[in-house]
Design a binder for this molecule. Sequence first.
Ligand code: NAD
Length: 433
Amino acid sequence: MTSQIDTLKMMPIQLEKDTNQASAFEVAQIQLEKAVKKMNLDPNILAQLKEPEKVLIVSIPVKMDNGTVKVFTGYRAQYNSARGPLKGGVRYHPDVTLDEVKALSAWMTWKCAVAGIPYGGAKGGVICSPKEMSEGELERLSRRYIYEISSIIGPKKDIPAPDVYTTPKIMGWYIDTYNKLTGGASFSTITGKPLELWGSEGRGEATARGLSYTVEVAAKKLSINPLEATAVIQGYGNAGSISAKLLHEQGYKIIAVSDSKGGIYNPQGIDILGVSDYKTKTGSVKGFPKAEFISHKDLLELECDVLVPAALERVITEKNANNIKAKIIAEAANGPTTPEADEILFQKGIFIIPDILANAGGVIVSYFEWVQGLYGYFWSEEKVNSRLKKLILKAFNEVSRIAEKEKTDNRTAAYIYAVSQVAKAMKVRGIWP
Ligand code: NAD
């Protein structure tokens, strides 16, 4: 295959603005503009793709355990609904901003289109520190948040799901609240629910499982033998810890992992099952015996075959991209790489499996959960996994085909595919009124 280095030398891409300080949403806009330059996109369509269709900002008063009332801010951004009901998780984090939620809603739009599922993109967020809240406080916050956004969500409107620091248990509170408010008993307004409330088999592992399928084909393309290869994982939550487990099952030696408190490194390989038990007991991977401490910065720059950023946005930037030594970067996290870093990594010939493809397994199985809930007919985990594999590999092949044809990087190729799918739907709909 033509290497990414060769293709970039043929067609250098100049970014028009200094992206050093770009916010997450600016990053999303730059990525869109970069793809659009390679497309014959109707400017009237582009004009509608630059901002979300709707953003709701809500105040969420919560009775705290100490008797005071604390008012939290929550968001729901609905980016584009041309291809179907809106879909996207809800993030609970102290650093949530409207800008971040808008960016995540844009990425959801492109992700659903790349995956070929009948959804538009949305995202929610609440500014809060869930680790410092009691379960009761979290439940009251969650129920009131859903009440506040209840007018714009629904099984055929907008379907929330988990994201950073939100869990199946929280999804259970969401669906119960929504059903109480609407007087219904449908389970299809929320995905990522507990199995007892008709969550889908395989949903918990879906993001990482989808990622592991894409890494498998990327490794074959690059002639990497997993049995002789190493992987590094940043972030040890749902996406990161299960990616570590599944890559380990493929044969990769996992040499470093981290979470918000710090990282651990062992060039001989880390006992992944042991780390998961240790994190369950202590709340962090940090301090795990038989591994040494490694900083967030050094972990990303380790020599390895596969690097999986599985935490937050903008961790691979123009400051560290030159020091990245991985052969494949599989983006479990949304938006981990800035546009400037993208250019550097492309020059270096690093094969990026972009977020809107690599982590699409989560929303693909959320789609399966929604379909199963609507029909009230549920599939085995084997069926879920095989259908996931089929969809994500189809998307991978589509992106690879465009990357090769357009002589561009995988992210731009994924955008070209996604934006053209969304644009086609917008074109045939027209504008109302
Ligand atoms: P999670 O809450 O389960 O885990 C997040 C992890 O990141 C935690 O281990 C946390 O300690 C760690 N972390 C936070 N800051 C960090 C830092 N600076 N360095 C290292 N680790 C840090 O969340 P998740 O669901 O696994 O989501 C992680 C990423 O994957 C997010 O970008 C999310 O949008 C993306 N994602 C998740 C899903 C899903 O289905 N869960 C689907 C698609 C994309």
